[in-house]
Write a protein that binds this ligand. Structure first.
Ligand code: 0O2
Length: 213
């Protein structure tokens, strides 16, 4: 096994464990027949090519080291998607209450979006994994965002690969307008949240016991 593979093993373990735990949170809401603030969860270990690009950007030597682990906080990354903007704070609160991780930093790109138009709430945590050589604390970035924010971010992210961040003016403008439209969509959906959730609860009940209404 190469040095990088060995370095990334505990990151993969952290991502795998947290994915199970966070999906479990959603499952518990379902069992309680309560609307879940978590719609779905994804996770990944940052691909080596992205670690390389970011280490160049940040001026960190590209080697599997403690220095890299300290300065690159998103080698292990989880994403928690929510239906409504209001759910995001509920999820953050759920994270604050957990005793299997320690919050190091919170970055609120929702109240103050990035210049690109990017919106999300980032929680950087320290999560201990148990290895055969003892406990290892792993830094994990958890991005919490609505489905609309996620849609925008994934489109912008793929365009970024093509243009390396240097978007033609026309595309830049459209992306900013699209970010604004996604924000408006979130606002509108929040306004009719009660109606939507009542319909979803009705549908879930129907799935469980058709013919009871
Ligand atoms: P990938 O491919 O998702 O891994 P900082 O040192 O705090 O200023 P840093 O470490 O880059 O900056 O952290 P930041 O900006 O808080 O968050 C990093 C991650 O957030 C990014 O990882 C993206 O996943 C996401 N992100 C931040 N800004 C944008 C943006 O404008 N558009 C999109 N689509 N995503 C964004 P990576 O490493 O860039 O990419």
């Amino acid at each position: 096994m190469g040095q990088w593979d060995r370095f990334l093993v505990p990151y993969k373990q952290a991502v795998d464990e947290l994915k199970v735990k966070f999906k479990g949170m959603r499952g518990q809401y379902e069992t309680d027949s309560t609307n879940s603030p978590i719609e779905f969860v994804t996770g990944r270990v940052k691909p080596l090519a992205s670690i390389y690009d970011k280490s160049l950007e940040k001026g960190i030597p590209f080697e599997p080291s403690e220095k890299l682990a300290r300065h690159m906080q998103d080698i292990a990354g989880l994403r928690m998607m929510c239906q409504f903007v209001g759910d995001i704070q509920t999820v953050v609160e759920l994270l604050r209450q957990r005793n299997d991780l320690r919050i190091i930093e919170e970055k609120d790109y929702i109240s103050r979006e990035k210049k690109s138009g990017y919106r999300s709430y980032h929680v950087i945590v320290e999560y201990p994994v148990q290895t055969i050589r003892g406990e290892k604390k792993i830094v994990v970035e958890i991005q919490i965002r609505t489905l609309a924010m996620n849609f925008w971010a994934s489109i912008e992210h793929s365009l970024n690969y093509k243009y390396k961040g240097a978007f033609p003016e026309e595309i830049q403008l459209r992306l900013q307008r699209a970010a604004e439209a996604a924000f408006q969509l979130d606002e509108e959906m929040s306004q009719i949240r009660d109606e939507i959730q009542e319909a979803q609860a009705y549908f879930n009940e129907y799935k469980e016991s058709p013919g009871s209404r």
